[in-house]
Design a protein around this ligand. Structure first.
Ligand code: HSE
Length: 434
């Protein structure tokens, strides 16, 4: 049987999972690739670090030049995190004639278009299935299986840590800090979970999907984002009363007759029973709508050693047999400026909103709030204010659901309402995903 020599750079959690599959399940890779995927080099920074996988001594090395200079290796899984040295190593691998497979979403979200362009110039490819939603094969599906479609929207849960926390808060009424601690004890959340809970991780993955699905070459830091780190239990409870769940959603929608793309990440209300609303624990999900296929839903493990390794090894096989080129062709299509869609102004983002104002329970306050909403052209669909009796509690939550309105109008109204002396200055506003 023919052989494709493979290298791995970085033997962290995912790298070890990839090595395990390559070393223990050569039969599977051979069956699907029609050739043996032979692990020839595993490059690490620290040779003395303990590892769960037994790598033969002649494969393990801390000298990347061995891999770079080995012309018999045609594809490398580059599995180090962060921007540098991952970016320089990726470029060197490409320049030495190797195709690259990576799980590094931070690198692709910041420098993807530039790395893809360089790979194309060199006649090489970069495969990145594992960079978005871990084990869910969303990259191959968007770029290959759904290639007959114009994708019109992608709404996704792309951060398992946030979904674990918010699901437990919703289902069990649990406190944010307690659930975060549990997630850390279970190894589901990082010791420093900032990038997960503030929406950065999800927005990086959204930037990659937006490039692939719509040709939006946007830097992730330009996409508006909010995480789950300041979500209040009372808003989850109100949402529940009205038949909704709150989820951290990565949102992409084609607008302006296909010329623009709206992108954002934030906690949103979704009607209970909708597939995305029911995604629990640390699972990820992506809901894609294509103009021919209609809605398609993907669900699975978005992180973890073996789910991520599953995606990396599939990419190694695809690269070995030349299928990665299909994904790369999609990116190439978008590299043509005429076909690209532009990132639409966030202020134009339209949708319904959940709003909560803590107001003084005085005559005329509801009227003040509704007239400021009316001045911005925002129509109210429903209102909740629970009776609190005649005790000393003079501030009550006033909860409203609006009809569709522009983000800019909602922002202006919220600012004016928060400035009213009868309203506490910390109103809440969450988008409703319809
Ligand atoms: N930390 C991420 C998550 C997985 O919680 O989903 C890696 O992107």
């Amino acid at each position: 049987m023919e052989k494709t020599n493979v290298g791995i750079v970085g033997l962290g959690t995912v790298g070890q999972g990839v090595a395990k599959i390559l070393l223990d399940h050569g039969d599977r890779t051979a069956r699907h690739a029609g050739r043996t995927l032979w692990l020839k080099h595993a490059i690490v920074r620290d040779l003395s670090k303990p590892r769960d996988v037994n790598i033969p001594d002649d494969i393990l090395s801390d000298d990347i030049e061995r891999l770079i200079n080995d012309e018999s290796v045609s594809v490398v899984a580059q599995l180090i995190g962060g921007i540098e040295p991952a970016k320089s190593i990726t470029l060197r691998l490409l320049e030495s004639g190797k195709d690259v497979v990576t799980a590094n979403k931070a690198l692709l979200a910041a420098h993807g278009p530039e790395l893809f362009d360089r790979a194309r110039e060199l006649g090489r490819s970069i495969a990145f299935e594992a960079s978005v939603a871990g084990g869910i094969p969303i990259i191959a599906n968007v770029s290959q299986c759904l290639s007959a479609n114009q994708i019109t929207s992608m709404h996704a849960i792309l951060n398992g840590t946030s979904n674990f926390i918010i699901s437990k808060m919703d289902l069990e009424g649990a406190d944010y800090n307690e659930v975060l601690k549990t997630a850390q004890e279970l190894g589901l959340a990082e010791a420093d979970p900032t990038m997960d809970v503030d929406g950065s991780d999800a927005v990086q993955k959204l930037a990659i999907l937006a490039h692939l699905g719509f040709g939006a070459r946007v830097h992730w830091s330009d996409i508006p984002k909010r995480g789950i780190d300041n979500i209040q239990a009372c808003d989850m409870a109100f949402a529940k009363q009205m038949g909704y769940r709150v989820k951290l959603i990565a949102y992409a929608k084609l607008v302006d007759n296909g010329k623009g793309i709206q992108l954002c990440v934030g906690p949103m209300l979704i009607k209970a029973g909708e597939p995305l609303a029911e995604v629990q624990a640390n699972y990820n999900a992506v809901s894609v709508v294509g103009d021919a296929v209609g809605p398609v839903f993907f669900h699975g493990q978005g992180a973890g050693q073996m789910p991520t390794a599953s995606a990396v090894v599939a990419d190694l096989i695809d690269t070995a047999v030349g299928r990665t080129d299909l994904t790369f062709k999609t990116l190439e299509l978008w590299a043509d400026g005429n076909k690209r869609v532009e990132f639409a102004s966030p202020g134009e983002l339209e949708g319904r909103f959940y709003m909560r104002f803590d107001v003084q329970d005085h005559p005329g306050v509801l009227g003040q709030v509704t007239s400021l909403l009316g001045e911005q052209g925002i129509s109210i669909a429903s209102v909740i204010q629970h009776e609190v009796g005649d005790g000393p509690a003079k501030t009550v939550p006033l909860v409203m659901m609006t009809h569709a309105a522009k983000e800019s109008a909602a922002t202006a109204a919220m600012t004016q309402i928060a400035a009213l002396p009868t309203v506490a200055d910390t109103p809440e506003r969450l988008r409703i995903l319809d």
